[in-house]
Write a protein that binds this ligand. Sequence first.
Ligand SMILES: [Mn+2]
Length: 282
Amino acid sequence: MDMGPSAIRIAGVRPELEALGLDVREIGGVTASAPELSTLGESATRYLEEVTDVCRRTRDLVRKALDAGCLPLVLGGDHSLAAGSVAGVAGYHGDRDEKIGLLWVDAHSDMNTPETTPSGNIHGMSLAVLLGRGAPPLRALSPSAAVSPEHTCVLGARSVDVTEAPWVRDSGIRVITMSELDERGVNVCVNEALEITTSGTAGVHMSFDLDVIDPQIAPGVGTPVRGGLTYREAHLICEKSSRTGKLLAMDMVELNPVMDHENRTARLAVGLIASALGKTIL
Ligand SMILES: [Mn+2]
């Protein structure tokens, strides 16, 4: 995962955004030491200390970008970073007495806690942390829960651990599964997701996990699950988010170049970022 941001840069994210007339500022990378050199820690929260440190630095950079009047675009990397990036956006708006919406576009619901996780991987816990549940060091990145359930929507879920499912159902967040997307169509579902996340909020933070897309199109991800979004469905989500004019920040995560074919998934990520930041066909 550590090569993900480089792959997205190499795939041309900067020229693509500059072609839209945007002023692109690179404010630096957040690196972690190699897993084999880090302390594994508790088995229910693997590498908690390292991950917390990465999230804290991500939060602070996101905050710095917002203070400078920029829209933060966070490239990843492991989805655990969202515990930091969303905390940064929530903190900035919280200081202005504003709430934020969170659109979690993902094959997974990422709502495990140390009590429910089958793997101990923190990338499966980041949404829980943002809703105020999970490992205390990660929760401490925000003074209180970064987002409230009524402004949170998961879109594209098709892999929820049996141990995490009860809380996903009881949490009060809206989860639009792949099967609902199949049944009702992506357009109606995206409209609903954007309504939930932008009504009564300053705007929406879109946390986009590339594994939401079908692995035949996006093979370069950490945890592929078949039965995902098509190329156009993924673009429509980004295009419609842009059209709200209320996109506050975006994460584009879980790119794993080791699994990719000729940087195809990274190029896809660049196209989706461009759509979310205003690129249209005509
Ligand atoms: Mn995820």
